[in-house]
Design a protein around this ligand. Structure first.
Ligand SMILES: [Zn+2]
Length: 304
């Protein structure tokens, strides 16, 4: 708790007790319930709460999307997943960090609440290079995880480093290139970046799986241990209330919306038929659960 003291010292003395309680209550909600997967333990961390405006979803008319969502916004989140295997600690993605002042993440507080430190993380598996997944790799202009190998799909790296792709990018994507390049160059300077081709096994029990569409190198990670599995699906889905029932509905930020829909259909079919739990970045915290067949689509049973 000591590293919270600088924060607390900014609070007027009369409010100290109340604020300390509030912080304590908050720290409890930063970490979800651990899910055992063979010899691994998967801990969901809440980097930041979030919801998605319905006009981001494409594929059917507004009234149908509103009816599925049940309100003006689709409930969502920014989840990061901490994996514990013996003394080893891994992360899947790294949250928002402080790259965008209007949307700062709280991963350092989450890790503290989970009883670990950034120096203990040895591997970080990145699904794609959007700022809400790689922003947390940087802190105060330095690598936030000084001992971690950061694994990134080569196609993803190539896309964000491609000057022609940057020139052709829609206006709302342009700034993402600048942010991604800053993070990637910092990691390269520190020799912390490791590029791979999806399909490769990256660490004991962790195999990368191409789930292209949201971005051109978007990659999931299948953790397998003692016959148990969990599939980290990154941004395969953004709205529980909409995209399980209608996997064909994509998000405006899916780089190739029809490829994203096809990938979503294929992945959901596999995890439902094989009863493999998924862990998703943007589904409401904790974002881990089982996908089941439901009518023409699917439903999601959250692990609480
Ligand atoms: Zn995302």
């Amino acid at each position: 708790m000591n590293t919270l003291l600088p924060l607390l010292s900014l609070v007027p003395a009369a409010l100290f007790a109340v604020s300390a309680e509030a912080l304590q209550a908050k720290s409890k909600s930063l970490v979800g319930k651990a899910v055992a997967v063979g010899d691994f333990s998967v801990l969901p961390l809440l980097d930041r709460e979030h919801s998605f405006p319905l006009n981001l979803f494409h594929g059917t008319d507004e009234a149908a999307i509103l009816a599925m969502a049940g309100g003006p916004q689709a409930a969502g989140s920014f989840n990061v997943f901490l994996l514990a295997h013996g003394q080893e600690r891994f992360l899947v993605d790294a949250g928002n960090g402080t790259l965008r002042p209007e949307r700062q993440g709280q991963l350092p507080l989450c890790l503290q609440a989970a009883g670990t430190a950034p120096e203990n993380i040895s591997n970080i598996f990145i699904t794609h290079a959007h700022s809400d997944h790689i922003g947390g790799l940087v802190k105060d202009g330095k690598p936030a995880f000084p001992r971690a190998q950061v694994h990134m799909p080569r196609a993803e790296y190539d896309y964000w480093m491609d000057d022609e792709a940057m020139r052709q990018a829609p206006e709302n994507v342009g700034s993402m290139f600048t942010l991604a390049r800053g993070v990637l160059r910092l990691l390269e300077d520190g020799k912390l970046l490791r590029l791979f081709t999806p399909g490769e096994t990256l660490a004991a029990g962790i195999t990368s799986v191409a789930i292209f569409g949201h971005t051109m190198g978007h990659t999931g990670y299948m953790l397998t241990s003692r016959g148990k599995k969990i599939f980290f699906v990154g941004d395969l889905l953004h709205a529980e209330a909409i995209q399980f029932a209608r996997p064909d509905i994509s998000l405006v930020f899916d780089a190739d919306q029809s490829m994203a829909a096809e990938t979503r259909r294929r992945a959901l079919k596999q995890v439902a038929s094989e009863a493999i739990p998924i862990a998703a970045t943007h589904l409401p915290f904790p974002g881990i659960g089982l996908v089941r067949l439901a009518g023409c689509g699917y439903s999601f049973e959250v692990f609480k």
